[in-house]
Design a protein. Structure first.
Length: 130
């Protein structure tokens, strides 16, 4: 996974792109984001068909353990994950999953149709921060 922080606090994620260091833990870059102790929004413009990597049981356990160790930081600093999906049927199909996602990760998962909508929504989340 690639994490692009060049527009921080807008953080673009790409699941189908390699990280900057292929030998590093997949969570290392994310931990560096959390270490900033500043709010941010995750954005992804790959659409829902692009990141359907099937996770092994071991990957799922690692992710769950990592999330539990960082739950309070995730809730404090990640305001939302916003996914851009132009297909309305695919956006609607994720509505039920979004509540499960939020319970697991501690921040909302939102679906929008366009990059402009994503950026406007991200700015709303960031400006609501006091």
């Amino acid at each position: 996974m690639q994490i692009d922080t060049s527009q921080f606090p807008l953080v673009w994620t790409r699941f189908n792109a390699p990280g900057t260091d292929p030998d590093a833990s997949p969570f290392a870059e994310f931990e560096a984001l959390l270490a900033r102790k500043t709010v941010f929004v995750l954005l992804n413009d790959e659409g829902l068909d692009k990141g359907d990597h099937e996770h092994s049981p071991d990957e799922m356990k690692q992710t769950s353990r990592w999330m539990k160790r960082h739950k309070s930081e995730l809730k404090a600093f990640v305001k939302a994950a916003i996914y851009i999906e132009p297909n309305i049927a695919k956006r609607m199909a994720t509505k039920a999953f979004s509540s499960v996602y939020e319970k697991f990760w501690g921040y909302p998962m939102l679906m929008v149709a366009t990059k402009d909508e994503a950026l406007a929504l991200a700015q709303k989340f960031l400006s609501d921060e006091t």
